[in-house]
Design a protein around this ligand. Structure first.
Ligand SMILES: Nc1ncnc2c1ncn2[C@@H]1O[C@H](COP(=O)(O)OP(=O)(O)OP(=O)(O)O)[C@@H](O)[C@H]1O
Length: 464
């Protein structure tokens, strides 16, 4: 006779790798009534005493399979009564909800189920929700991702822990669960939709997995062990990207990072860094083609270039700054304008800027819109743009402050600030419209200077 399977010990060893079930936790077991979750409930019961766990169960009736759905509900109610485990039952009309939302039935069922489980955990004060995903589920998920196309992230399968969700059986092959249920004489229900091969997962389960198991009988458990290493590799790349983006500045819905910093990263780290930057401005989807375009923009020789990408994403480079934002967070009146040398330039919004070489007169111009800047402090091209977070300015006779602070102190209304351009080169501001020249760059009498005059269409700011 074979040795009995000690599923509780197996699950406990795996759980401890991820600190899933610390002493004294309150655990909510997601119980469908199927083989996996019935085994999970039994395992949690066995661990409850030695770990002082408080155990609850929750079942969601999706009302998708008529009488069979009710049969499942009745089954788990009776089982939990028999075992003395408190159970919460939830119900939802998934089919109707899916229709109303124009979404798929499976997707809606999952969203409603997880919504119910999370709300129930909150009500009960549970610190963990345990689901019964097993090693075969994990292998199938991975193969599905592979078939549909994925990067390393998709190849790491189902996460063992996500927030308060834990999956103690994730390293346990389905076959061990079946043997355990028989051994412990634990009943379960069968979901008739599992036989339905129209679902990709079920086709994989029935048609592909047997072939892989034939090639390697231990395929599922070998993969489970390998996934731990893949996950560690993936986590390391994430951590490196996080470190690299620590200096990113998020302000007014825009995120910016040194283009040089990004371009210097190894490609797998750089790709993740861009994704992390995008997440900071609530952009979570990007194709690899567009990712590469952003990286080229960061690495390219041009100190100024823009990208208009799908999902309302706007990316531009200004000297060493790479800025990413949704178009709603774009600087309003002034998009980037590069000035390659002295001359007169008309701007899209009706403004005009004239730059002439001159010798600074006895009284250098230091007005709100007209300035004499020492030529030897300037490197062309100049850029005319809206202000950005961190821009600093020192006005004649005053101390250095951020532009934000100047605008506040000078009482320039918030809605006008973005329409006041600043003039900068790679070492910082030359002047800010409406405020004055950056004092350290003001020309001295008799010095070669650039006389710069900005003519607003109408002066945008009204001081209050
Ligand atoms: N009706 C249900 N009520 C409570 N828990 C459920 C229910 N259905 C599934 N679960 C929980 O979710 C786990 C996974 O179920 P299943 O494999 O059917 O879902 P899936 O769609 O493949 O995966 P996912 O839960 O990640 O969406 C089950 O083992 C069980 O713990």
């Amino acid at each position: 006779m074979k040795n009995p399977i000690d599923l509780a010990a197996q699950a406990a060893a795996f759980a401890d790798k991820y600190n899933m079930l610390p002493q004294g936790s309150t655990v909510l077991c997601a119980l469908s009534g199927g083989a996996d979750s019935m085994a999970l409930l039994s395992v949690l019961e066995a661990l409850a005493k030695p770990r002082s766990l408080t155990l609850h169960a929750a079942h969601f009736n999706h009302q998708l399979r008529g009488e069979e759905s009710q049969r499942d509900e009745d089954f788990v109610v009776q089982w939990c009564q028999k075992r003395g485990i408190p159970l919460v039952v939830g119900r939802g009309d998934v089919a109707q909800e899916a229709q109303e939302q124009g979404k798929g039935v499976e997707e809606t069922a999952r969203a409603m189920r997880y919504g119910f489980l999370t709300a129930t955990a909150q009500e009960l004060g549970a610190d963990k929700i345990a689901t019964a995903h097993n090693a075969d589920d994990n292998a199938e998920t991975l193969l599905l991702h592979l078939a549909r196309g994925t990067g390393l992230d998709g190849l790491t399968g189902i996460p063992p822990v996500r927030g308060i969700l834990i999956r103690p059986l994730l390293a346990t092959p389905r076959i061990d669960i079946a043997v355990y249920l028989a051994q412990e004489e634990i009943p379960h229900v069968e979901d008739s939709s599992n036989q339905d091969t129209v679902y990709a997962r079920n086709r994989l389960r029935q048609e592909v997995m047997p072939v892989l198991r034939d090639l390697n009988p231990a395929f599922v458990s070998t993969l489970a062990a390998n996934l731990v290493h893949l996950r560690e590799d993936r986590d390391l790349l994430h951590a490196m990207a996080e470190k690299a983006t620590k200096t990113a500045v998020v302000s007014e819905g825009r995120v910016s990072l040194s283009a040089r910093t990004l371009a210097a990263l190894p490609h797998p780290v750089a790709v993740r860094a861009v994704k992390q930057l995008l997440a900071k401005v609530d952009r979570f989807q990007i194709s690899s083609v567009h990712l590469e375009q952003i990286l080229s923009l960061a690495a390219g020789p041009s100190p100024s270039a823009t990208l208009n990408l799908p999902d309302d994403l706007f990316v531009w480079r200004e000297y060493d700054q790479l800025v990413l934002c949704p178009s709603s967070a774009m600087p309003l009146a002034f998009s980037l304008r590069l000035l390659t040398g002295p001359g007169t330039f008309a701007l899209d919004n009706g403004w005009k800027i004239e730059i002439t070489e001159t010798i600074c007169p006895d009284l250098p111009a230091q007005e709100e819109y007209e300035w004499d800047i020492a030529q030897n402090t300037v490197t062309f091209p100049l850029v005319l743009r809206s202000r950005q977070a961190g821009d600093q300015l020192r006005l004649p006779g005053r101390r250095t402050k951020t532009l934000k602070k100047w605008y506040i102190d000078e009482k320039i209304p918030r809605q006008n600030r973005q329409s006041l351009p600043v003039l900068a080169d790679e070492s910082g501001l030359l002047a800010a419209a409406g405020l004055g020249p950056n004092y350290p760059r003001l020309a001295q009498p008799g010095q070669p200077a650039l006389h710069i005059r900005l003519t607003p269409k109408t002066k945008p700011e009204e001081r209050t």
